[in-house]
Write a protein that binds this ligand. Structure first.
Ligand SMILES: Cc1cc2nc3c(=O)[nH]c(=O)nc-3n(C[C@H](O)[C@H](O)[C@H](O)COP(=O)(O)O)c2cc1C
Length: 190
């Protein structure tokens, strides 16, 4: 049996009731068994990026975060827009990865839980591309949960599972990963 695809999800909102987190949780909870979605819990704990603390001075938590990024097959990012920009915590997490080698060609899927926030989405795409992520454009998932009660959010998400919108975006992302995936143990299959 093939190894499951491991997707590491970065949520740009630290709110307990974050709608972007709800969207990531829906992806995690409805993913097929061959796809494992893990939501990063470190973003709010990372120190402020400082180039003086790179290399041998890199904080342990940053190394832990970078190791997760290295080990996964793809990244999912979901974030709110703050003042027409990216949330600082998410940008900080991404900044720690800029000069390292985990990111280049790493597939990334953008998810967004609002009908607003186009400035942030545009900036996020630009930042990810500048960092040499492989942004999978046809896997963008936008489902608006903004301003909805918890119950209404749950029913919008259930509907998106029912009508396969959620899983179709995930399937497109996984297909894109599989097209480019390098199998470290490929020789053992032949
Ligand atoms: C400090 C702050 C600034 C915000 N700025 C914007 C903004 O510029 N444009 C926008 O559409 N929404 C803005 N919002 C609203 C959030 O983007 C929106 O509520 C988002 O869906 C919250 O995501 P979350 O539920 O994952 O926390 C702002 C919210 C906060 C707290």
């Amino acid at each position: 049996m093939e190894k499951p695809l491991v997707l590491y999800a970065l949520c740009g909102s630290q709110r307990k009731a974050s709608t972007n987190r709800r969207l990531l949780e829906a992806l995690r909870d409805n993913a097929p068994v061959a796809v494992c979605v893990e939501i990063c819990e470190m973003i709010g704990e990372l120190p402020i990026f400082n180039p003086d603390r790179e290399g041998e001075n890199t904080p342990a938590l940053v190394e832990e975060f970078a190791a997760k990024v290295r080990a996964c097959d793809g990244i999912i990012v979901a974030c709110p827009e703050y003042a027409h920009g990216l949330p600082g915590g998410l940008k900080n997490a991404l900044d720690w990865l800029v000069s390292r080698d985990e990111v280049p060609f790493k597939p990334v899927m953008i998810a967004h839980a609002s009908h607003r926030g186009d400035f942030a989405l545009e900036q996020l795409t630009e930042v990810l591309k500048t960092m040499s992520f492989d942004v999978v454009n046809d896997a963008v998932l936008r489902i608006s949960l903004l301003g909805k009660s918890e119950d209404a959010q749950a029913s919008v998400l259930a509907e998106s599972v029912e009508n396969r919108r959620l899983l179709s975006a995930l399937a497109k992302f996984c297909a894109a990963i599989n097209r480019t995936r390098i199998w470290p143990d490929r020789s053992s299959h032949w």
